[in-house]
Design a protein around this ligand. Sequence first.
Ligand code: GLC
Length: 826
Amino acid sequence: MRWHRSLLVFLAAAFVAAPADAGWNSLGDFPAPSPTAGGLAFRNEQGVVSVTALGSSVVRVRFVPGQAFGRDHSYAIVNRDLGDAGASVEIGGKESTLATRALRVSIQHAPFRVSIATAAGEVIDADDAEMGTAFAGHRVRVWKELRPEDHVYGLGEKTGRLDKRGWGLGGSAYAMWNTDTYAYDASTDPIYASIPFYMVLRGGRAHGIFLDNTFRSFFDIGKESQQLLSFGAEDGELDYYFIDGPDPKTVIERYTTLTGRMPLPPRWALGYHQSRYSYFPESRLRLLADTFREKRVPADVLWLDIHYLDGYTPLTWNHERFPDPKKLLTELRAEGFRVVTIVDPHPKKERGYAPYESGLANDAFVKSPDGSVYEGNVWPSNAEKNPRPSVFPDFSKPSVRDWWGGLYKEYLDYGVAGIWNDMNEPAVFREPAHTMPPELRHDNEGQPTDHREIHNVYGMLMTRSTFEGLSRLRPQARPFVLTRASFAGGQRYSAIWPGDNVSDWSHLRATIPILAGLGLSGFPFVGSDIGGFAETATAELYTRWLQLGVFYPFMRSHTTLGTPDQEPWSYGASREATNRHAIELRYELLPHVYNEMKAASETGVPAFRALFLEFPQDPATYALDDEILFGRDLLIAPVLREEATERELYLPAGDWYDFWTGAKQAGGRKIKVRVEIETLPIFVRSGGFVFRQGVVQHTGEMAGQPLRVFVYPAAKSQATLYEDEGEGLGYRDGQFLRRRFAQTRTGESVSLEVGPAEGRFRPAARNLELRVRSERPASQVALAGQKLAALAADSPAGATGYRNEAGFMIVTLPDRYDAFQVTLTP
Ligand code: GLC
């Protein structure tokens, strides 16, 4: 033992450049670089480095040990055109610089160190002077300075705190390796998805780093040393993008310019989803559907988990349990339900089974190094009858993605509305790795490699195959895909849920930092299993979870095999009413939710939003793990503790309005609110516009609903509302409606302006209700200069006029699509 250790010390010393860890070779002396298109190229006997500006605020740094870069290929990045960088280079003897309009990148040649500063010279991101960039065998890593005031966010789907520096700057280390982690907890890492992107917030100023490497990668946020942030991968290039803000939302916009954005989801996918492992047979699913409608609990989507399959075999149907899927799905559709089915990436190895046969014919499956098709056990090996191993499509081969995507045809013909891709880490029942062996071979888009390089993108490439397949099969529809595993850029293809959580209060709380972290890593369409997957939720926990779930972009209850049902009515009559109210709130808010998701699809900025994204200058928001914004204007402080009688929450500076009572609260402080089981504390930011409708039982009932625009006081504010058919791609050709709502207040007078309609979509005839929060009722209300009538409490619904109700002036008129103005005078 002793001998061994001293050998290590000797080796460490022999590797010079003072690496902190045995084996690391820090990049040493480089000769002066040569200019390239948009940057600089360096080369010495250790390796090659390029530093390139992509637009004025994004810089790519690429390093590989050895004499040449490999193929410039990325599964994550879809766009490197971020506009003209206005780049210029200066090559010096000891140092060279690359300047853009916004940044100044200084590169010291010997030893090689990079430092990125604003054009004014303020250093934003700097290599650690001692370690800099290093390699050890195939491993690559870079150490960067971490300052005491830095807060670090993101890394996609990660457990623990929102601020990845953890408690009291204790630091934390994370790995990226997609892993099926049933009943994980706050200390489990990694879990299902890998998004090697983080954001640093320093004194309100933000920048981000994206490491574009699909191998197992590592991020150390102040754990090894409180002064260091390091990241790297076990193989491949150290290929990273520095993305400047300075606003944190701008960092996300730029990151998603590189990696793409969530496509606009179909509106039904923003309704309520009910799932369990598993609803079967058909009569059970029908009963579920009928119960929703009988009990008047709104819902849009029912989910079929693996028991609808024949022996858990992907892309089959168990016709004993579901004799006529097409008839069933058609009839459910008539009741306003869509059905989503699970499809895992492990076709069964069985002669005569079409996906296996056609997969073999298409050379579609992942192989062992000896060229034989790899077999592993997953669900089909647990089937009661005829258990067999599975084979695995190689989604890194474009022709395989096309082939697999086409296999959904039969499901779509039955009327399946969306696809749930699970087990795509990929999970294999083979312990301890619980995945494929590392030496398996993949096509890797024409440059064959082993599983180590494809593992982290396997799930994302599966969702790509699904999304593209659904798009080809139904070119006019918006695909809906849910995945468990993914990688940076996977937001282009699917929504994501963080797998198998537990019915436990700590898990309820944990969903906020996990989902907010995903959101600020480019994935806005997220939601955790409501009620928790493993174990059994108490009535109280389920209700609290459903209440928070109102603001999960993807709102689905789900639970595992063998647990009691987790349905809104499963806990007795009084809880049923409370749970119904939570889901009704979601449906009332659907115009708002849809609007925010549309915005997320355009900017990448998530609707389920960590507070610091809106208040980067407010340190009190930096470590908030237990409240969330939905969009810009709604602050949600869900009740997260058992038997709570009050909830303490933080309101950032400014005025806030209680969503339920309209009461004003001054921000910039913590407040306490009394809570009962019905209570879901929500506050609206001063000047906020909240777009609501009446309660509907499913999204198919929205036509004709009044549009209720709640307007909260501010001297001046505005918002835009986006609407469309909720389905299809007509919106891309102008079938949408976008309007601007603005208010100006002078004293007690309010002037509301509704801007001209953009786009050709017009909703079915309906009323517009402008609900203006005002301390004093108005005595005169005019629409386009014409005085409106005061309405009596018993006026027929929909009569044009105004009335005062509980602190809101409500102006009702048939909705119209010209620009107009409403004035309210006391
Ligand atoms: C996995 C999924 C879970 C699903 C189960 C059966 O555990 O994470 O959601 O219910 O497999 O398909």
